[in-house]
Design a protein around this ligand. Sequence first.
Ligand code: FAD
Ligand code: NAD
Length: 399
Amino acid sequence: MNKPHIVILGAGYGGMITATRLQKKMDDNEAKITLVNKHDYHYQTTWLHEPAAGTMLPEKTRMPISSVLDFRKINFVQDEVVEINTEKKKIELKDGELDYDYLVIGLGAEAETFGVPGVHEHAYSKWTVNGARQIKDHIENCFAKYNNQKEKEEGLLTFVVAGAGFTGIEFIGELSERAPELCKQYDIPRDQVKLYVVEAAPTALPGFDPELVEYAMNLLESRGVEFKINTPIKEVTASGVVVGEGEEIKAATVVWATGVRGSSIIDRSGFENMRGRVKVEPDLRAPGFDDVFIIGDCALVINEEINRPYPPTAQIAMQMAEICAGNLKSLISGGDLKSFKPDIKGTVASLGGKEAIGAVGSRKLYGGSANFMKKMIDNRYLLMLGGVGLVLKKGKKPF
Ligand code: FAD
Ligand code: NAD
């Protein structure tokens, strides 16, 4: 009898945890398992604000997929997914195609622009290893150019972060921590550098604990960050951003962090979706599809308590992956399918250096203790993915 073919698309938090769990749960004769990913490495998206600001080497945020998975059990295909044909159960890849019996879609997110013109042309919006490298190189290039210009270009050392959500705040935390070093390295007075965070909502980190938000804003302001709150960006141009009634902030660097939508492949493949996210069934399958699971940032699950979607996070992607792997095992080998119920442990955000904020259960964490917790969370993921060995190789030092 032919073995069923399980294909996992995307080697992010969701895809990698699914693959490692299936590798353990499935006997070789039960199923053939294939993982498809653009690159031959896995990266921790949640660390990318650090290499983007240049406070961490990009190498630290990634690892060869072969170092975590057993390629005798998982067939790895390095290729780019173009489209999924659910009728024919085929995946179109840039350099070929694949048939599947069961599919797991974990293709992550793309930047949400909300239709603001100029984002793709003029802002940095790719939260990937290559995207982070590009932001870092561009920032350093701006500093390097400054003292070589007789007529100083307006906004050359102005850095605008669009959106004061967690991504924007974590990135400006790193950049504000690094700015004094860059000034010293390139012989530039610190007051020549302007750091802005521009946020549409009436507060930074909308919906988060107000005391923690105040702590974060005070800390970042003490490092020279200027917040422009209640200020939606209307357009990104070659010379900066347009806000309010046409006011322009001249900036050579605009880093886009106004939220995410699910992969465009979801829409292209004909799944009913809301901003690239599919409202999945409790067992994480796409409505109307017995053979397609959708996990991570491409999936949408409603928090019934507030009747709003859970925010797309790594925490949820990993929990979905555990349920998805178990449900695949049940579908193939028999057993009941489980429903996914998120277990939200809290939120901790780094602010650069040894600073962070966090809400864990009913506890609020500030400064050093939040920073310690953040590093523990990052290391916990490595532990779940590859055990103690991976933590020792790639983990963060807690102090
Ligand atoms: P991802 O982890 O993004 O993985 C998607 C994978 O699919 C990638 O490997 C990608 O290369 C691959 N891929 C994409 N398109 C294709 C294609 N066409 N073909 C082949 N492969 C493809 N969440 C938290 O819970 N805690 C945090 O502290 C946190 N910090 C964050 C910090 C930053 C800077 C950012 C940007 C996000 C952060 N998040 C955090 C959110 C978190 O990173 C995402 O929710 C999580 O990565 C989603 O996991 P995923 O498996 O759905 O996608
Ligand atoms: P987000 O949706 O959390 O925040 C985006 C912010 O951009 C919002 O405050 C929004 O009001 C603002 N915005 C939207 N349009 C704007 C405009 N035109 N001009 C100015 N501001 C605008 O998105 P994010 O920060 O990119 O995070 C994406 C996901 O990743 C979220 O689910 C988040 O929780 C998660 N994340 C978590 C962490 C963490 O837990 N430490 C860190 C980063 C990201």
